[in-house]
Write a new protein. Structure first.
Lengths: 295, 322
């Protein structure tokens, strides 16, 4: 029986990714989770949602892992995002987000049985229904910048999620990997640029219209280095690709470390200079890298 | 060496608790964590903080637990969960981080030896402020400091990075169902952490998770003391049927360990209870009694704190010593 590869992340992982600057572009190429699942001969549960932050990523994995029988989980991967994003849920009185978390064991068993039937024999390149069952993305909302707290806190909050995922997977003896899919804090501390959509359709300039970091960037970056390093020895770094996460400390986020630090000029792995999401070749490269890392 | 009793919670656990309604009142009676520690003959680390929400409670415990290399030092962890609609966040400054340095020094050296530091060499001296050198083992930077050398709760909080927390009384983002779900995930996270490290633990809904919000949040005790009235200054009641929240809680039936969650499944309508209402006997339909401070302030008084400690100790004995 094929086991499940469960992934969560942001737009780099979202199976329904659409380019904000090229809404008409066909971006239906297989994403790295699709490719990896095929290589691993696993069924895919992809919970990722474009724009999401690390609260969404952790909580959707937690919800989903509670739902799926543990012996059917082959691997869990978190592709962490920017730490400054804020996630929250508005269920709007529509319960049943976790279709599988039923109140009795019999209900849960029945649910699992039904779900197995509905997933059985699916082509992994076709969208599965699992994500919709496990997590209703529609009731999750994101702020591009969390209105509360400061950058060092958001970094620490993300690192707490790293620890949380580790404990979750270790507790259930589930193989797992986590990585910073895009840089955790750099985009914010360097001054947030307008979104791709704002540049493409509102005439904003990528550099002239970037925001100013509301703090002492140099001092805060030193503090952030220190916070990240304070987790060395407490996070199982053998399960983290790119630890200690940031180039300044010798680590890397996947998009830069794998696709190249000067993507546009040197590496043909992103859509283009306006949209630096991975193209088909980029997704192949990321999947290959993670697969090789898994050994 | 005595084992550690690690506690976090809101005002019900706060060792520095002051009554907002009666600011002049002497409320220095022993709180339930202190009473438990004495009975269990453990050293108490009490991270409880008035006004705190569940993210603070969970994070403050995680911050300390993950940094303890020898988890067997912990005799018991107790989380006294609060209202789900509170919102916690941190404003972290250099001050708290520098305090953390001394506890982390061994780790920093370890990282440096592995050659990961490419911070242009600035880190080696610059990252230790003078205060660290003066306070760290009397200047002996080579000697490792343990949590037993830092029994002051404020010092431990700073060491673990659990400082600079702020709390909003009502989260400005999300809705009551989302907050209930968020809290339940937080409780799961706590359970998973303790199970992973094989740490004895108890947790409980110390005060009602959502009732106060559902019925229209009243002004705070402080606001009432300053002239606000419950009749005129309360929020409107929520339109969400309480049954929907109970359904969400019941989704975690079979996932949450009901023996170690005292009062599970939280709501009396589905067979559980918030600890303060059950133990102090102050259900909304029964009114106050001799175990709370006053009609204006329903925090436990000296006898109330003893009742809470006794109830939790009873559960502890039943689970861990039977």
């Amino acid at each position: 029986m094929k086991k499940y590869l469960i992934v969560s992340g942001d737009s780099f992982t979202d199976k329904d990714f659409r380019s904000s600057c090229y809404p008409d572009m066909d971006v239906s190429w297989p994403k790295w989770p699709d490719i990896l699942a095929k290589k691993l001969d696993m069924k895919l549960i992809n919970l990722a949602k474009a724009g999401s932050g690390n609260g969404y990523i952790y909580n959707t994995l937690l919800d989903c892992i509670q739902l799926v029988p543990k012996d059917e989980i082959g691997y869990v991967i978190a592709g962490w995002s920017q730490c400054q994003r804020g996630d929250y849920q508005e269920l709007g009185h529509t319960t049943g987000v976790l279709g599988g978390l039923k109140s009795t064991q019999a209900e849960r068993d029945n649910f699992h049985a039904n779900m197995k039937d509905s997933w059985g024999g699916q082509d992994i390149y076709k969208p599965t229904e699992m994500g919709e069952y496990a997590v209703d993305k529609r009731n999750w909302h994101q702020d591009r910048i969390d209105p509360r707290g400061n950058l060092p806190y958001w970094v620490r909050r993300t690192l707490r999620h790293y620890v949380g995922l580790q404990m979750l997977c270790e507790n259930y003896n589930i193989p797992y990997m986590q990585c910073q899919m895009i840089d955790m804090y750099k985009d914010y501390i360097d001054g947030m640029m307008p979104t791709e959509e704002e540049v493409a359709f509102q005439g904003k300039d990528l550099y002239a219209d970037r925001q100013t970091y509301p703090g002492d960037a140099k001092a805060d970056e030193q503090l952030i280095m220190k916070i990240i390093m304070s987790y060395d020895g407490h996070i199982d770094t053998s399960r983290v690709i790119g630890w200690p996460l940031t180039r300044t400390l010798g680590g890397f986020p996947i998009n830069r470390g794998v696709m190249g630090w000067n993507q546009i000029e040197e590496e043909p792995y992103v859509i283009d200079e306006n949209d630096n999401h991975p193209n088909a070749a980029g997704h192949e490269l990321i999947a290959e890298y993670i697969y090789d890392w898994m050994g | 060496m005595k084992k550690l009793l690690l506690v976090s919670g809101d005002s019900f656990a706060d060792p520095q608790f002051r009554s907002s309604s009666h600011p002049e009142m002497d409320v220095s009676w022993p709180k339930w964590p202190e009473l438990m520690a004495k009975k269990l003959d453990m050293k108490l680390i009490n991270l409880g903080r008035s006004g705190a929400g569940n993210e603070y409670i969970s994070s403050s415990l995680q911050d300390v637990i993950v940094r303890l290399d020898d988890k067997s030092q912990i005799g018991l962890v107790v989380a006294g969960w609060s209202q789900c609609f509170r919102h916690d966040y941190q404003e972290i400054s250099w001050h708290g981080a520098m305090e953390k340095t001394s506890w982390q020094k061994k780790s920093l050296e370890h990282i440096a030896k592995k050659g990961k530091i490419v911070w242009k060499g600035e880190w080696s001296e610059d990252w230790y402020v003078d205060g660290d050198k003066e306070t760290y083992n009397g200047g002996d930077m080579a000697k490792s400091k343990t949590i037993h050398d830092r029994m002051d709760a404020n010092s431990i909080k700073k060491s673990a990075g659990a400082t600079g927390w702020e709390c909003l009384r009502v989260n400005t983002h999300g809705d009551i169902e989302g907050w209930v779900r968020k809290s339940l995930r937080t409780y799961m996270n706590f359970q998973l952490m303790c199970e992973r490290y094989d740490i004895p633990y108890l947790h409980t809904q110390m005060i009602p998770m959502y009732i106060d919000y559902m019925r229209g949040l009243m002004p705070t005790e402080q606001e009432v003391a300053l002239g606000a009235t419950r009749e005129n200054d309360s929020m409107l009641p929520s339109q969400v049927p309480e049954e929907e929240l109970q359904k969400i809680i019941l989704e975690y039936e079979g996932i949450m360990d009901p023996h170690k969650f005292v009062g599970w499944p939280i709501s009396r309508f589905i067979g559980g209870y918030p600890l303060n209402l059950e133990v102090l006997g102050v259900w909304p339909d029964t009114g106050i009694n001799e175990y709370v401070i006053s009609e204006m302030d329903n925090h436990p008084n000296k006898e109330g704190n003893q009742l809470i400690a006794d109830h939790l100790l009873e559960q502890y004995e039943e689970i861990f010593n039977s």
